[in-house]
Ligand binder design. Structure first.
Ligand code: ATP
Ligand code: MG
Length: 264
């Protein structure tokens, strides 16, 4: 972790809202994300999930309300290099190899470059043998995995993942869903994950928040009290299925708020 980064962090959104011009994208939200927990954010496409994540990352200014991360505004944790992000469209530097892209994150966080830890993460995301490869020679899913490794190398107190597995094949996704939470737990990372996969949301998280269609409102806040570590075989467990059904039902309810608009 960066020398002065917080060890763990709670994220509090108070009356957080966002408008783009006349369009209300996020209705006032009051949400607290406990330190060290993984929360999945799900909801219909265009409902405002990425906007919420971008506001927490300090990349978008809220129209109303405020965010505190480890008791301070978002820009403070950014300055202390305690926050990492991996978004759907991984912005790797094209002239640097996978290894060198990941090393750069450590340098920017003022951490010593740890070659062994980088190699370990490269292997964990299934990119062994590609450390010296440049992003242009990787597939979309491989680039996403490199971006996940880059986000995790600094051992961030807060990790924001916006559909990070979108282009990753099914088998690798399942492997990542088993391996990544172990790292987050070991490091006490507060993780916010946006995903369109209900199964992944339940498998990875301690809590699933279901948003309505735009403007995003919380339709359901579901605790996932399944034991860890979790394995792919859990998908047939009745408790897992019941949680998935609860999330799917809430999603359907949230979608329903779209219908009056669609009928206009
Ligand atoms: N910079 C912007 N300017 C204007 N409108 C924006 C901007 N960013 C997002 N929006 C609008 O805000 C709404 C929510 O977008 P957002 O990307 O947060 O949705 P999302 O829930 O992440 O969707 P998806 O699941 O498809 O990624 C959309 O209608 C989008 O067009
Ligand atoms: Mg999005």
């Amino acid at each position: 972790m960066a020398p002065d980064a917080p060890a763990s962090c709670e994220v509090i959104c108070s009356g957080l809202a966002k408008r783009f011009g006349a369009t209300e994208v996020v209705a006032p939200l009051d949400l607290t994300f406990a330190a060290g927990q993984t929360t999945a954010l799900v909801g219909p496409s265009g409902c405002g999930k990425s906007t919420v994540l971008r506001m927490i990352a300090g990349l978008e200014t809220p129209s109303l309300g405020q965010i505190t991360i480890a008791g301070a505004p978002p820009d403070k944790i950014l300055r202390r290099a305690g926050l990492s992000m991996a978004f759907q469209d991984p912005s790797l530097l094209p002239w640097r190899s996978v290894h060198s892209n990941i090393a750069l994150a450590q340098k920017l966080a003022r951490q010593p470059v740890d070659r062994a830890a980088i190699e370990e993460l490269i292997a964990l995301v299934g990119l062994q043998g590609f450390g010296d490869t440049r992003p242009a020679a990787l597939s979309g899913g491989m680039r996403q995995r490199a971006a996940i490794a880059r986000a995790m190398i600094t051992k961030p107190a807060l990790l924001l993942l916006d559909e990070p597995f979108g282009a990753v094949d099914e088998l690798t996704r399942k492997q990542l869903a088993e391996d990544l939470p172990r790292l987050w737990e070991a490091r006490d990372t507060t993780t916010l994950l946006v995903t369109h996969s209900v199964s992944e949301a339940v498998m990875l998280s301690d809590r699933v928040i279901v948003f309505s269609a735009r403007p995003a409102r919380v339709v359901a806040d579901i605790e996932v009290a399944l034991e860890r570590p979790r394995f792919a075989g859990l998908v047939t467990d009745p408790d897992f299925i019941a949680l998935k059904d609860a999330v799917s039902a809430a999603l359907a309810e949230g979608m329903a708020s779209l219908r009056p608009l669609a009928a206009q």
